[in-house]
Design a protein around this ligand. Sequence first.
Ligand code: 5RP
Length: 226
Amino acid sequence: MKRGGSDEAKRRAGESAAEQVEDGMIVGLGTGSTAAHAIDKLGQQVDAGLDIQGIPTSFQARANAREAGIPLTTLDEATPDIAIDGADQFADGNLIKGGGAAHAREKIVDSAADRLLVVVDPTKEAETLEHPVPIELLPAARQPVTDALEAAGGEPTLRAAAHKDGPVVTDNGNLVVDCDFGTIDVPAELATTLSQIPGVVEHGLFVGLAAEIHVGTANGVRVVTP
Ligand code: 5RP
């Protein structure tokens, strides 16, 4: 899916993270237009002899990895040494993810990895998180989850599909709401609140997971270490 930010900056970020991957590594493969650049670069490195296996975080990441010629495995078989993934916003090392509705599997793979390298363009940087938080939920739980999110101070909006009547349906067969909480002063607290709502499959707050954030710019890459 095409989203905002310069593609050149995204490419720099993706390639910078891909360069940290070494022979023999298991690599979590993130979703989105910036992570796709990392996957492309890894594919080139595999062509040149790099021996790795990837664990995709979504249908699209799997398709990108297959196209790039990266051998794949699963979390049943291996644990990622490193994961490379994008973000919709970052502040103080914490992330909001889920612009591609892939955050449930992304969080599983990214959390399992020894190190998560986040790849972004400068439009993703904020002083404080305030982007609406994507929340994947079971379809049968839509109303009670909506009520609970409103009680927690959020304004949830069911994500509509772009090329289909009705809502986005995730790779896992669930729905997504984007929940506006305004400025998120204590992300860990909100993350705990969201995780405790019955029917929530996963939310897009990634707290304390990033080891490095590679910010591609117009002429280079800035690496932020939280
Ligand atoms: C998908 C994600 C993406 O990583 C996030 O939306 C960033 O995407 P992009 O690099 O295209 O801006 O969380 O669920």
